[in-house]
Ligand binder design. Sequence first.
Ligand code: IDC
Length: 450
Amino acid sequence: MRRWRILAGVAVAAAAATVATVIALPASAETAAFTVTSSWSTGYQGQIEVRNNTSATINTWQVRFTLPAGTTVVNSWNATQSVSGSTYTFTPAGWNGTLAAGASTSFGFVANGTGRPVLDGSTGPTTPPATTTPPTTAPPTGTTPVAINGQLRVCGTKLCNSNGKAIQLRGMSTHGLQWFAKCYNTNSLNALANDWKADLLRISMYVQEGGYETNPAGFTSQVNNLVDQAESRGLYALVDFHTLTPGDPNYNLARAKTFFNEVSARNANKKNIIYEITNEPNGVSWAGIKSYAEQVIPVIRANDPDAVIVVGTRGWSSLGVSEGATSAEITTNPVNASNIMYAFHFYAASHLDNYRAEVQRAAASLPLFVTEFGTVTYTGGGQVDLQSTATWLDLLDRLQISYANWTYSDADESSAAFRSGTCNGSDYGSGVLSQSGTYLKSRISTPDNF
Ligand code: IDC
């Protein structure tokens, strides 16, 4: 860890009586400590701890650093970021400006590139000591899901491993990366691989709502980084192009082609990547979804010919049921491509026996992948229905249908696996799980049948 003096926000402090004490103190009275919390070949996640070393409360602070050419901040949290050229300035997020004497707060960021920050005015070394970068996670040892199963492919209606054995992957979905990037760090991902014994991380990259469309390069890099993080732990990575509103994926067709071209070119040689080309089409016909799929799939195939690709289905990936249709519209007019699967989503408190019956019917002729489901209502909140969830998961286990649960996050909603605030800390153990998280962990951590 590296300690810096921080710019104490003197200009701001001068205007505010409550922080007047800061002005009289030497600049070294507050410190900022930088740590690399996780790193990969093309970037890293950093954390900066801001500590009030004075004997009085302060109510604002400021940290400013410069990144060397070629390195940029993709995303930050728990602070307000502004950027000018290669200089980044961070001020409180709104709730962490006030620090009592001796208190500290921290904020995080993801950098694309390997250059480390240099604090404005810092006299410290520009190259951090080697100890600031923790070793990257060990490569698969032969016991991880990817080491055992290798490159997957669709065989009949099932997902098969490289030996041709039908398998089921069980795992968790991130929440929207634009909101919950801080939840995907070394500790949380280690917990997912080692404690949860998950097989799969679904990487949910919203396109709207502040997602991909606002910063294509940044989100592409964030997704790639998480594919690497999954790979280093032997987990499969399901790359979810999280379309939701508008519901017609064709609205995002050009973006999808750009995104999947880049991601598939970069990750073509990996065995752990699976592509989910649209999350939940809604208000659009099956013909419209099929047309989208038949334009996006060739883009991926040109780079990564052997990867499994999952196609969303009509009515929020309900196989059409939520819009009054059935899976027959797919079976009679399937996507013209091989090695693909179809997505089905459910929320256990909302989607009951008629949906289960349709899944059972469809599974006889279509390869299905439950790329998202919740234990709660379709709002992502409300009551956790463990009984319906158990019925669903028993069905999926029996049919060997792979699944990912919404969400591996600390969102303030009952579908989240962690209690609100968990991702501000480093503990991802049993004590911080929600009711939903406790149940999902108990299901996912049972031995796989690989
Ligand atoms: C929900 C999130 C919620 C967010 C909302 C809008 O849980 O925090 O405000 O999206 O973006 C889906 C979607 C998924 C939804 C989830 C719960 O794929 O994006 O997440 N859900 O409503 N389909 C059915 C339910």
